[in-house]
Design a protein. Sequence first.
Length: 280
Amino acid sequence: MLHRFERPQTIAEAARLLASGPWAVLAGGTDLYPAHVGRKVAAPLLDITAIAGLRGIRRDDGGWAIGATTTWTDVVRADLPPLFAALKAAAREVGGVQIQNTGTVAGNVCNASPAADGTPVLLALGASVVLRSERGERELPLDEFVLGSRRTARAADELVVAVRIPARSARARSAFAKLGGRRYLTISISTVAVVVDSDGAGAIAEAGVAVGSCSAVARRLPALEARLLGAAAGTDLARLLDPADLAPLAPIDDLRGSAAYRGDATATLVRRALRDVATR
Ligand SMILES: Cc1cc2nc3c(=O)[nH]c(=O)nc-3n(C[C@H](O)[C@H](O)[C@H](O)COP(=O)(O)OP(=O)(O)OC[C@H]3O[C@@H](n4cnc5c(N)ncnc54)[C@H](O)[C@@H]3O)c2cc1C
Protein backbone atom coordinates (compact mmCIF):
# COMPACT_ATOMS: atom_id res chain seq x y z
CA MET A 1 0.00 0.00 0.00
CA LEU A 2 1.23 3.49 -0.85
CA HIS A 3 2.03 5.81 2.00
CA ARG A 4 0.35 9.19 2.26
CA PHE A 5 2.50 11.84 0.57
CA GLU A 6 1.91 15.60 0.70
CA ARG A 7 3.77 18.42 -1.01
CA PRO A 8 2.48 21.69 0.49
CA GLN A 9 3.04 25.03 -1.28
CA THR A 10 3.18 27.20 1.85
CA ILE A 11 4.72 27.11 5.33
CA ALA A 12 1.22 27.57 6.84
CA GLU A 13 -0.04 24.47 5.01
CA ALA A 14 3.01 22.47 6.13
CA ALA A 15 2.49 23.61 9.74
CA ARG A 16 -1.19 22.63 9.57
CA LEU A 17 -0.29 19.13 8.33
CA LEU A 18 2.46 18.73 10.96
CA ALA A 19 -0.07 19.63 13.67
CA SER A 20 -2.40 16.87 12.45
CA GLY A 21 -0.14 13.91 13.39
CA PRO A 22 3.30 12.40 12.82
CA TRP A 23 5.01 13.10 9.49
CA ALA A 24 8.50 12.43 8.14
CA VAL A 25 9.75 15.74 6.73
CA LEU A 26 11.44 15.21 3.37
CA ALA A 27 13.90 17.75 1.96
CA GLY A 28 16.62 16.28 -0.30
CA GLY A 29 16.05 12.75 1.03
CA THR A 30 19.80 12.00 0.99
CA ASP A 31 19.79 11.07 4.68
CA LEU A 32 16.14 10.01 5.04
CA TYR A 33 16.05 7.42 2.25
CA PRO A 34 19.46 5.75 2.89
CA ALA A 35 18.39 5.35 6.55
CA HIS A 36 15.41 3.26 5.35
CA VAL A 37 17.00 0.92 2.83
CA GLY A 38 14.90 -2.26 2.71
CA ARG A 39 12.09 -0.87 4.87
CA LYS A 40 9.36 1.73 4.61
CA VAL A 41 9.52 5.15 6.21
CA ALA A 42 7.10 4.57 9.09
CA ALA A 43 5.33 7.97 8.91
CA PRO A 44 3.67 9.63 5.90
CA LEU A 45 5.99 11.88 3.91
CA LEU A 46 5.83 15.67 3.94
CA ASP A 47 7.87 16.94 1.01
CA ILE A 48 8.83 20.58 1.70
CA THR A 49 10.61 21.30 -1.59
CA ALA A 50 7.63 23.09 -3.22
CA ILE A 51 7.22 25.65 -0.44
CA ALA A 52 7.73 29.11 -1.88
CA GLY A 53 10.41 31.20 -0.22
CA LEU A 54 12.19 28.37 1.63
CA ARG A 55 15.05 28.14 -0.86
CA GLY A 56 17.95 30.56 -0.97
CA ILE A 57 20.15 32.71 1.26
CA ARG A 58 18.83 36.11 2.26
CA ARG A 59 20.62 39.02 3.93
CA ASP A 60 18.89 41.25 6.45
CA ASP A 61 20.03 43.68 9.15
CA GLY A 62 20.70 40.91 11.67
CA GLY A 63 22.68 38.64 9.33
CA TRP A 64 21.88 35.89 6.84
CA ALA A 65 19.05 33.33 6.69
CA ILE A 66 19.69 30.06 4.86
CA GLY A 67 16.22 28.81 3.86
CA ALA A 68 15.38 25.21 4.74
CA THR A 69 15.45 23.88 1.17
CA THR A 70 18.73 25.57 0.24
CA THR A 71 21.03 22.89 -1.17
CA TRP A 72 24.79 22.57 -0.83
CA THR A 73 25.09 23.50 -4.52
CA ASP A 74 23.10 26.68 -3.81
CA VAL A 75 25.70 27.52 -1.13
CA VAL A 76 28.61 26.87 -3.52
CA ARG A 77 27.01 29.14 -6.16
CA ALA A 78 25.82 31.93 -3.85
CA ASP A 79 27.54 35.29 -3.86
CA LEU A 80 28.66 35.44 -0.23
CA PRO A 81 31.37 37.34 1.70
CA PRO A 82 34.64 35.67 2.87
CA LEU A 83 32.92 34.83 6.19
CA PHE A 84 31.29 31.94 4.30
CA ALA A 85 34.49 30.39 2.88
CA ALA A 86 34.26 27.52 5.40
CA LEU A 87 30.61 26.78 4.56
CA LYS A 88 31.41 26.81 0.84
CA ALA A 89 34.38 24.48 1.40
CA ALA A 90 32.20 22.10 3.44
CA ALA A 91 29.51 22.26 0.73
CA ARG A 92 32.00 21.10 -1.91
CA GLU A 93 32.90 18.08 0.25
CA VAL A 94 29.40 16.82 1.15
CA GLY A 95 29.19 13.60 -0.86
CA GLY A 96 29.47 14.10 -4.63
CA VAL A 97 27.83 16.65 -6.90
CA GLN A 98 24.54 14.70 -7.09
CA ILE A 99 24.26 14.75 -3.28
CA GLN A 100 25.17 18.46 -3.19
CA ASN A 101 22.45 19.17 -5.78
CA THR A 102 19.66 17.75 -3.59
CA GLY A 103 20.97 17.59 0.00
CA THR A 104 20.15 20.66 2.09
CA VAL A 105 22.02 22.54 4.82
CA ALA A 106 18.98 22.32 7.14
CA GLY A 107 18.60 18.57 6.46
CA ASN A 108 22.22 18.05 7.48
CA VAL A 109 21.55 19.79 10.80
CA CYS A 110 18.15 18.13 11.42
CA ASN A 111 19.60 14.68 10.77
CA ALA A 112 22.02 15.33 13.66
CA SER A 113 24.72 12.90 12.60
CA PRO A 114 27.92 13.25 14.67
CA ALA A 115 29.75 13.26 11.30
CA ALA A 116 27.62 15.99 9.67
CA ASP A 117 30.04 18.36 7.94
CA GLY A 118 27.76 21.39 8.10
CA THR A 119 27.25 21.40 11.86
CA PRO A 120 30.78 22.38 13.02
CA VAL A 121 30.89 25.20 10.45
CA LEU A 122 27.50 26.53 11.53
CA LEU A 123 28.51 26.26 15.21
CA ALA A 124 31.68 28.27 14.57
CA LEU A 125 29.53 30.84 12.72
CA GLY A 126 27.30 31.15 15.81
CA ALA A 127 24.24 29.91 13.88
CA SER A 128 20.73 29.42 15.21
CA VAL A 129 17.79 27.41 13.92
CA VAL A 130 14.36 28.93 13.19
CA LEU A 131 11.43 26.59 13.86
CA ARG A 132 7.81 27.17 12.81
CA SER A 133 4.61 25.44 13.88
CA GLU A 134 0.95 26.35 14.28
CA ARG A 135 1.94 27.40 17.83
CA GLY A 136 4.27 30.10 16.46
CA GLU A 137 7.95 30.61 15.71
CA ARG A 138 10.99 30.12 17.93
CA GLU A 139 14.73 30.40 17.37
CA LEU A 140 17.27 28.17 19.10
CA PRO A 141 21.06 28.49 19.12
CA LEU A 142 22.45 25.52 17.19
CA ASP A 143 24.09 24.05 20.30
CA GLU A 144 20.66 23.95 21.97
CA PHE A 145 19.05 22.45 18.85
CA VAL A 146 21.34 19.45 18.26
CA LEU A 147 21.10 17.50 21.52
CA GLY A 148 22.89 14.25 20.65
CA SER A 149 23.50 11.69 17.93
CA ARG A 150 20.31 11.79 15.77
CA ARG A 151 18.57 13.84 18.48
CA THR A 152 17.34 17.43 18.17
CA ALA A 153 15.10 19.78 20.15
CA ARG A 154 12.60 19.91 17.26
CA ALA A 155 9.05 19.06 18.35
CA ALA A 156 7.12 16.73 16.05
CA ASP A 157 4.85 19.55 14.84
CA GLU A 158 7.73 21.93 14.02
CA LEU A 159 9.34 22.62 10.69
CA VAL A 160 12.83 24.08 10.50
CA VAL A 161 12.35 27.02 8.15
CA ALA A 162 15.85 28.54 8.22
CA VAL A 163 19.34 28.50 9.68
CA ARG A 164 20.37 32.01 10.71
CA ILE A 165 23.95 33.33 10.76
CA PRO A 166 24.60 36.54 12.71
CA ALA A 167 26.13 39.51 10.89
CA ARG A 168 29.88 40.10 11.11
CA SER A 169 32.18 42.79 9.77
CA ALA A 170 33.48 42.66 6.20
CA ARG A 171 36.84 41.60 7.73
CA ALA A 172 35.42 38.27 8.99
CA ARG A 173 37.12 35.17 7.58
CA SER A 174 36.63 31.41 7.94
CA ALA A 175 38.37 28.15 7.09
CA PHE A 176 37.37 24.48 7.00
CA ALA A 177 39.46 21.30 7.18
CA LYS A 178 38.13 17.76 6.79
CA LEU A 179 39.83 14.40 7.13
CA GLY A 180 38.23 11.22 5.80
CA GLY A 181 39.50 7.78 4.82
CA ARG A 182 39.96 9.13 1.28
CA ARG A 183 39.90 12.53 -0.41
CA TYR A 184 36.28 12.63 -1.69
CA LEU A 185 32.91 10.95 -1.01
CA THR A 186 33.90 10.05 2.50
CA ILE A 187 32.43 10.14 5.99
CA SER A 188 34.53 12.44 8.15
CA ILE A 189 37.04 11.19 10.71
CA SER A 190 37.36 14.77 11.92
CA THR A 191 36.23 18.18 10.65
CA VAL A 192 37.32 21.60 11.88
CA ALA A 193 35.89 25.05 11.22
CA VAL A 194 37.46 28.35 12.29
CA VAL A 195 35.79 31.77 12.07
CA VAL A 196 37.54 35.00 13.07
CA ASP A 197 36.47 38.62 12.89
CA SER A 198 38.88 41.46 13.62
CA ASP A 199 38.66 45.10 14.65
CA GLY A 200 39.88 48.00 12.51
CA ALA A 201 43.42 47.56 13.89
CA GLY A 202 43.58 43.89 12.81
CA ALA A 203 43.17 42.31 16.26
CA ILE A 204 40.78 39.37 16.53
CA ALA A 205 37.59 40.57 18.21
CA GLU A 206 35.44 37.43 17.75
CA ALA A 207 36.45 33.81 17.25
CA GLY A 208 34.59 30.53 16.70
CA VAL A 209 36.32 27.15 16.50
CA ALA A 210 34.32 23.91 16.27
CA VAL A 211 35.12 20.25 15.67
CA GLY A 212 32.85 17.56 14.20
CA SER A 213 33.06 13.72 14.23
CA CYS A 214 34.96 13.68 17.53
CA SER A 215 31.99 13.58 19.93
CA ALA A 216 28.29 12.70 19.73
CA VAL A 217 27.61 16.34 18.84
CA ALA A 218 30.05 18.76 17.20
CA ARG A 219 31.74 20.89 19.87
CA ARG A 220 33.20 24.36 20.10
CA LEU A 221 36.63 24.84 21.70
CA PRO A 222 36.02 27.79 24.09
CA ALA A 223 39.57 27.89 25.59
CA LEU A 224 41.10 28.29 22.13
CA GLU A 225 38.43 30.80 21.10
CA ALA A 226 39.30 32.91 24.18
CA ARG A 227 43.06 32.72 23.46
CA LEU A 228 42.53 33.91 19.88
CA LEU A 229 40.94 37.15 21.07
CA GLY A 230 43.33 40.07 20.70
CA ALA A 231 45.81 38.16 18.48
CA ALA A 232 46.81 39.80 15.20
CA ALA A 233 44.50 38.24 12.60
CA GLY A 234 47.12 38.07 9.85
CA THR A 235 49.78 36.20 11.86
CA ASP A 236 50.41 32.48 12.32
CA LEU A 237 47.51 31.59 14.61
CA ALA A 238 48.42 27.88 14.67
CA ARG A 239 50.96 28.50 17.45
CA LEU A 240 48.06 29.45 19.75
CA LEU A 241 46.67 25.89 19.96
CA ASP A 242 47.31 24.20 23.30
CA PRO A 243 46.52 20.44 23.10
CA ALA A 244 44.43 20.88 26.28
CA ASP A 245 42.02 23.00 24.18
CA LEU A 246 40.67 19.74 22.71
CA ALA A 247 39.32 18.68 26.15
CA PRO A 248 35.62 19.20 25.18
CA LEU A 249 35.97 16.42 22.57
CA ALA A 250 35.32 12.73 23.26
CA PRO A 251 36.61 10.88 20.19
CA ILE A 252 35.73 7.19 19.85
CA ASP A 253 37.46 4.17 18.31
CA ASP A 254 35.58 2.96 15.23
CA LEU A 255 36.18 1.52 11.78
CA ARG A 256 37.36 4.88 10.49
CA GLY A 257 39.99 5.59 13.14
CA SER A 258 41.05 5.12 16.75
CA ALA A 259 40.33 7.75 19.38
CA ALA A 260 44.07 8.53 19.62
CA TYR A 261 44.35 8.98 15.85
CA ARG A 262 41.29 11.23 15.83
CA GLY A 263 42.83 13.36 18.59
CA ASP A 264 46.18 13.74 16.73
CA ALA A 265 44.48 14.37 13.41
CA THR A 266 42.18 16.98 14.94
CA ALA A 267 45.12 18.94 16.41
CA THR A 268 46.69 18.97 12.93
CA LEU A 269 43.41 20.05 11.29
CA VAL A 270 42.90 22.85 13.83
CA ARG A 271 46.43 24.18 13.16
CA ARG A 272 45.82 23.91 9.41
CA ALA A 273 42.53 25.82 9.62
CA LEU A 274 44.10 28.48 11.88
CA ARG A 275 46.92 28.94 9.33
CA ASP A 276 44.40 29.08 6.48
CA VAL A 277 42.17 31.65 8.10
CA ALA A 278 45.18 33.91 8.79
CA THR A 279 46.22 33.98 5.12
CA ARG A 280 42.77 34.71 3.60
C1 LIG B 1 26.37 9.09 -0.86
C2 LIG B 1 26.19 10.06 0.27
C3 LIG B 1 27.26 10.82 0.68
C4 LIG B 1 27.11 11.74 1.73
N1 LIG B 1 28.21 12.46 2.12
C5 LIG B 1 28.09 13.35 3.15
C6 LIG B 1 29.24 14.09 3.58
O1 LIG B 1 30.33 14.01 3.02
N2 LIG B 1 29.05 14.94 4.63
C7 LIG B 1 27.85 15.10 5.26
O2 LIG B 1 27.75 15.88 6.21
N3 LIG B 1 26.76 14.41 4.87
C8 LIG B 1 26.85 13.53 3.83
N4 LIG B 1 25.74 12.81 3.44
C9 LIG B 1 24.48 12.99 4.17
C10 LIG B 1 23.47 13.97 3.52
O3 LIG B 1 23.65 14.10 2.13
C11 LIG B 1 23.53 15.39 4.15
O4 LIG B 1 23.41 15.30 5.55
C12 LIG B 1 22.43 16.31 3.59
O5 LIG B 1 22.75 17.65 3.89
C13 LIG B 1 21.04 15.97 4.13
O6 LIG B 1 20.10 16.88 3.58
P1 LIG B 1 18.73 16.37 2.94
O7 LIG B 1 18.02 17.59 2.46
O8 LIG B 1 18.96 15.31 1.93
O9 LIG B 1 17.99 15.76 4.21
P2 LIG B 1 16.79 14.70 4.26
O10 LIG B 1 17.32 13.34 4.00
O11 LIG B 1 15.65 15.17 3.45
O12 LIG B 1 16.40 14.85 5.81
C14 LIG B 1 17.30 14.46 6.84
C15 LIG B 1 16.55 14.46 8.17
O13 LIG B 1 16.20 15.78 8.56
C16 LIG B 1 14.78 15.95 8.60
N5 LIG B 1 14.53 17.26 7.98
C17 LIG B 1 15.04 17.71 6.81
N6 LIG B 1 14.68 19.00 6.60
C18 LIG B 1 13.92 19.35 7.66
C19 LIG B 1 13.25 20.56 8.02
N7 LIG B 1 13.32 21.66 7.25
N8 LIG B 1 12.55 20.60 9.17
C20 LIG B 1 12.48 19.49 9.96
N9 LIG B 1 13.10 18.33 9.68
C21 LIG B 1 13.80 18.25 8.53
C22 LIG B 1 14.20 14.77 7.85
O14 LIG B 1 12.92 14.42 8.32
C23 LIG B 1 15.24 13.69 8.12
O15 LIG B 1 15.03 13.14 9.40
C24 LIG B 1 25.85 11.89 2.39
C25 LIG B 1 24.75 11.12 1.95
C26 LIG B 1 24.91 10.21 0.91
C27 LIG B 1 23.73 9.40 0.45
